[in-house]
Design a protein around this ligand. Sequence first.
Ligand code: PHE
Length: 392
Amino acid sequence: MLRNRKALLLLVLILSMVVTLSACGKNDKADDEIRIGVLAPMTGAAATYGESTWNAVVLAAEERNSKGGINGKEIKLFLEDTRLDANEGANGATKLIEQDKVHGIIGAVASSVSMAASSVAQRNEVPMISPTSTNEAVTKQGDFIFRACFIDPFQGYVMAKFAIEELGAKTAAVIYDNGNDYTVGLTENFVKAFEEMGGTVTAKETYAANDQNFSAQLTKIRRDEPDVLFLPDYYNVVGLIARQARDMGIQSTFLGGDGWDSPDLAKIAGPSIEGGYFSNHYSPDNKSPIAEHFIDAYRAKHGSTPDALAALAYDAALVLFEAIERADSTDGKAIRDAMASISNFEVVSGSITFDENRNPVKSAVVLQVDNVHKNSNDEWEAEQKFIKMVNP
Ligand code: PHE
């Protein structure tokens, strides 16, 4: 009996040493590097969003590491593909936190995905900053959740005001995905602002994710010949609707939001999208010194002009790096507090000061799809013409 107890004690002692040693090893490793997770749609229907986001975060991290990292610690990135799906967003966040032990998360891109991922981040007290999710509810998930972009109430207002004041529109129709937080929120905000400014909304038609044929809804919209047709979705869907609407003889001016920003919009829509206007976070034509540096460095590294997703992902990375530097710690609460205190912080898309809901107050730009033409690969492509800047 006594011998057994001794043996047991010895075993417990050895086991606890092993556990302590391995925990030590892990902590040491985690302590001398800054681990940052990225959630982005690398595959699926809107993969250009993921490519831009990841390219920009990689650039920001490389630049920072070449200058000694953050307080002498090297940044290490971990990527999870959300495929533009809310469940994948939650799973990705869980993996980043539990397996990769990240100290902060940049992402997600789409509002519905950020909503799912942010509840995981909040519960685990890991700070998260979405570069691009504009639905108002995203940061309301809790005090660990921030964003680097303006929100949809502003974006909806900007486009309604533009339609009425600059285009002289009196009537508008909307067609949107009623299962997508981004399109629902943007529709509500556009409609509210358009009606408040004296406009009439002639139709509010809906569809579901993965729908390909919009002729029933467009037939109803066509009856009233609205001055503008608001298309508040991602480029892959906007491209399809725009094409079908023009094929059916709808002549309304097309309007939309930041979801239009992709080189693939014109590829899908062809000439049907020519002349359409959308609100966005940045224009490569609007150059501050930091934007100029970013555009040049991005072009040199990735061979293309950065879109707004790239600009905002770079900005979100700069904000997170700054917060970790100020916190001088990888503790989630310390990083959260440091991030909340950031103000007048110059980034590519403007300047960041967080309000009480962890939203930056920023201006928007209105861009026009211009010069839709075939490129040397026989694919449609377009330019984005800067029309105006709108301050909050
Ligand atoms: N604002 C969109 C959303 O919340 C995402 C997006 C931003 C897409 C910018 C394209 C460009 O879902």
